[in-house]
Design a protein around this ligand. Structure first.
Ligand code: NDP
Ligand code: MG
Length: 380
């Protein structure tokens, strides 16, 4: 049986890895639609190679067709594709919060969503969670894919879970030096190759903070059941601690093709092009506690999760604005947490509350404006 797939964010890092799997399993999966944002060149290349039925442009509105294939636009375009009866699996690998819209539509239609986009769950967890049982939400993020596999049939036995973090390029950099690091230095991730935004989030440890929130909504775990451990080799992706003090771990080379493919083939497991783990070659796997003084954003993410309501949504939006300001060299590395903390505090002061889609969408917009005000002040 051939499964029809829509791939949103096809031109990105996860998107490109997904296309490699579709090439390998071209008789099992058919790419019927994809989205891109700005990279028209790449979109043309994908269109030529895979000949889908539709393309969605979330960036420019002008394009009507690419390589003779009709182009839809924006959030409505993503929603229309996600609702089509001839789309079986929707891979949501766009950057940013737009991912929530096709995710909700696909779940409401009882479809499988392979979800890479973490903003969807972090910002809109309270809206997405009640819809999860309507379809199938399979996580692509490597730590959550690991937990999804480790937790199967085991919910009653679980005490707590651990997400691993590489620690990023600044694990051993003293706090004083972090003040002056450049975007180029922050983009040098030691183990994973990913898009720019998530690579900066890995350097600040916010990526792990977002993942703690993601795990809370995906697996119904309380904040104090979700722990983080630094593991520089990125071989162990997650651990589940059981009630008898034994633990299960999920291991693999840091290659996103493994969790992406599992999200497509679940509950089956198919071969990949990735070699099996060579333990003697790996030698040593090490672990250490995260430094919450140095990486304040991880602590802020836990705080936002405890506060609940719109706090995770506001945290995510403020962080996104601050990360792009850092990449544009408007603010320094240590000013990213400063922006996020100020916006979280303003949320409480100004009473930005509400858990529905519209309230959260408004909180997202509000947090971005607030973050921009603070960024302008810091940049002046
Ligand atoms: P990239 O930056 O490499 O790719 C982002 C994709 O989204 C591109 O296709 C881009 O289009 C598109 N895009 C950019 N801005 C927008 C927008 N405003 N609206 C709609 N689409 C947009 O990111 P990644 O592939 O690294 O990450 C994608 C998502 O997956 C993120 O949410 C990330 O947190 C998550 N993730 C990524 C992992 C990884 O290993 N990369 C691991 C776990 C999660 P274009 O290039 O055409 O402009
Ligand atoms: Mg991850």
């Amino acid at each position: 049986m051939v499964r029809n797939l829509a791939l949103f964010g096809a031109t990105g890092s996860i998107g490109q890895n997904t296309l490699k799997i579709l090439e390998m399993y071209r008789h099992q999966f058919r790419l019927v639609a994809f989205s891109f944002h700005r990279n028209l060149e790449q979109a043309r290349a994908i269109a030529r190679k895979f000949r889908p039925r539709w393309i969605v442009s979330t960036g420019t509105q002008e394009i009507r067709e690419i390589e003779g294939i009709p182009v839809l636009h924006g959030k409505e375009g993503l929603e229309e594709i996600a609702s089509r009866p001839d789309v079986d699996i929707v891979v949501v690998a766009t950057a940013g919060t737009i991912g929530v819209f096709p995710t909700l539509v696909a779940l409401e239609q009882g479809k499988r969503v392979a979800l890479a986009n973490k903003e969807t769950l972090v910002a809109f967890g309270p809206v997405v969670k009640p819809k999860m049982s309507l379809g199938e939400l399979i996580p692509v993020d490597s730590e959550h894919s690991a937990l999804f596999q480790l937790l199967q049939g085991r919910r009653e036995e679980v005490a707590e879970v651990y997400l691993t973090a590489s620690g990023g390029p600044f694990r051993e950099t003293p706090l004083e030096v972090l003040r002056t690091v450049t975007p180029a230095q922050a983009l040098r991730h030691p183990t994973w190759r990913m898009g720019k935004k998530i690579t900066i989030d890995s350097a600040t440890l916010m990526n792990k903070g977002l993942e703690v929130i993601e795990a809370h909504f995906l697996f119904d775990l309380s904040p104090d059941q979700i722990r983080v451990v630094i593991h520089p080799q990125s071989i162990v992706h997650a651990l589940v601690y059981l009630k008898d003090s034994s633990a299960l771990a999920h291991l693999g080379y840091p290659d996103m093709r493994i969790p992406i493919q599992y999200a497509l083939t679940y509950p089956d497991r198919w071969p990949t092009e990735i070699r099996p783990l060579n333990l003697p070659e790996l030698g040593r796997l090490t672990f250490e506690a995260p430094d919450l003084e140095k990486f304040q954003l991880l602590a802020l993410a836990y705080r936002a999760l405890e506060e609940g309501d719109s706090a995770p949504c506001v945290l995510n939006a403020a962080n996104e604005e601050a990360v792009y300001a850092f990449l544009e060299e408007k603010i320094g590395f240590l000013e990213i947490p400063e922006v996020v903390e100020s916006v979280l505090e303003a949320r409480q002061r100004e009473g930005i509350m509400g858990n529905g889609l519209e309230a959260l969408w408004a909180a997202d917009r509000w947090a971005r404006e607030k973050a921009q005000e603070i960024i302008q002040r810091l940049a002046a």
